[in-house]
Write a protein that binds this ligand. Sequence first.
Ligand SMILES: [Mn+2]
Length: 308
Amino acid sequence: MQKIAHFLNSVKQISVVIHQKPDGDAIGSAVALVKALEQKEKNAEIVCATPIPEIFEQIVGKVKVNKSLDLNCEAVIIVDCSELHRTGIGRQLKRKKRPTIIAIDHHTNGNISAIADFEVIDPKAAASAEIVYDLIKEMRSFVTPQIATSLLMGIYTDCGAFQHNNTTSKTLQLSGRLIREGADLQKIVTTFMRTLTQSKKRLWGKVIAEAKLNNFGVVTAVISLNDLKIAKASEEDINGLANVLSLANEAKAALVLSETKDGWRGVLRTRHANINLKKLARFLGGRGQKKAAGFLATKSIFSGKIIK
Ligand SMILES: [Mn+2]
């Protein structure tokens, strides 16, 4: 961490890279980092290959992003992403003449470690935002209310509102500190927990009613493109559904299968300590954590034996 802070002092042009279809932790961590770097008079930008969902901008404000890397950038900080291809700019990062790469993450076993010049990987951290906080302190930047809110959004969304088992005493202590430093917890809670749009109500009502328990104890909901159309719902309306389904008393785990242009996206969730969904997701060509994982079932998977 010290080496990274020291190195960042020596450069001017810095890009913070996050994964495509970014989540609250990726966005919150990146916004906080950029604001902290700007305090040090660095030119910092966020690079993300896909747009920032509006819900996160309600918390952190309008986020300016570039789709590809600035050719003049001297350092790249990849946050909350362990796989090169998920950045969408893997080719730019693999070039021979490339900027110094710093990886900050709580996911392990990805291929970004292999190309990183510096890295802080902490699988015990509930969110990358926890690690970013330590880096900001190491850089001796101020934690402004905006930085505090951004980091708290990252922590809050990645630990499922402090309900997932990745929530540690550090998570809670740091969240308390962030609130003291001006983070707006109520705004985060209101935005992520106390909202139920009409489209979500229609979609969830239908698919929860039709969800079935299979022989393996997995309660499964299926959402076709047509279901989305009828409910006037978007892909974002599906977020959180697997968590709710996993609460079913009889369920060992929940699976939400939703149709996309590229195939069927599977989201797996469990609340049981002895079930490891990471293995199942890997088997299906996906990835994730023990309690939360996912995969994309393309035609190539369905043509194999797995369909049985
Ligand atoms: Mn994360």
